[in-house]
Write a protein that binds this ligand. Structure first.
Ligand SMILES: [Zn+2]
Length: 208
């Protein structure tokens, strides 16, 4: 067996852990990096370090941000009376592409998945409850709307149902909760949907 330098096998092993990268792709990427200019590889390494050292989580919506409060939460032209609940930061990116939603987001950081041991305390549901309490204090109009935009997957639906139950118990029937329409293909994730499909499912949302 030909001896492969240790640093090469190390990188291949690390790349293999990434989603969508099998052993063959990991090998190809590694040998591609070996052929690249040193300057470009150093830039890539630097970018990897920067996302872990510089990216913060918005203290309001838990989306990724450069600052303590993300640009969406600090945008005073947006309404804070519409809170769209999504699974991941990538969903925010996808929904922002529709350019239709003018409210704010709440990033759960996952979905409830009993098999994987993820319950209500493992995602940001308590934070959502606290946020709604705060928003209601500032809202004399009673126009607050909570839009549940979790994916149309088994876990996404289950998470939506559980969130609704918790919010109903906490705030009663008068809280306006809506769920985005099922314009999304079954198993089609929010972050993969095209802007037009997403816009339709947003506009076709129903009382939940
Ligand atoms: Zn934010």
């Amino acid at each position: 067996m030909a001896a492969v330098p240790k640093s090469i096998t190390r990188l291949i092993d690390l790349l293999k852990r990434l989603p969508g990268i099998g052993p063959r792709s990991a090998e190809r990427l590694t040998y591609h990096l070996l052929r690249m200019q040193k300057e470009d590889v150093l830039q890539l390494a630097d970018a990897l370090i920067a996302i872990k050292e510089e990216v913060k989580t918005c203290r309001e919506c838990y989306n990724f941000a450069d600052t303590e409060l993300c640009p969406i939460c600090s945008d005073t032209s947006r309404t804070h009376l519409q809170i769209m609940v999504v699974e991941e930061p990538l969903d925010v990116t996808a929904l922002e592409k529709t350019m239709r939603f003018k409210g704010v987001y709440h990033v759960l950081g996952g979905v409830i998945d009993p098999i994987a041991g993820i319950g209500t305390d493992e995602i940001r549901i308590n934070e959502l409850v606290e946020r709604i309490k705060k928003a209601r204090l500032n809202d004399s109009s009673g126009d607050l709307e909570v839009i549940i935009a979790t994916n149309p997957s088994t876990e996404g639906e289950m998470t939506a149902v559980i969130i609704r139950k918790i919010l109903r118990k906490e705030f009663g029937e008068e809280l306006n909760i809506t769920r985005i329409a099922r314009g999304l293909p079954v198993g089609g994730d929010v972050d993969y949907a095209d802007p037009i499909t997403l816009m339709r499912s947003l506009e076709g949302r129903t009382k939940y």
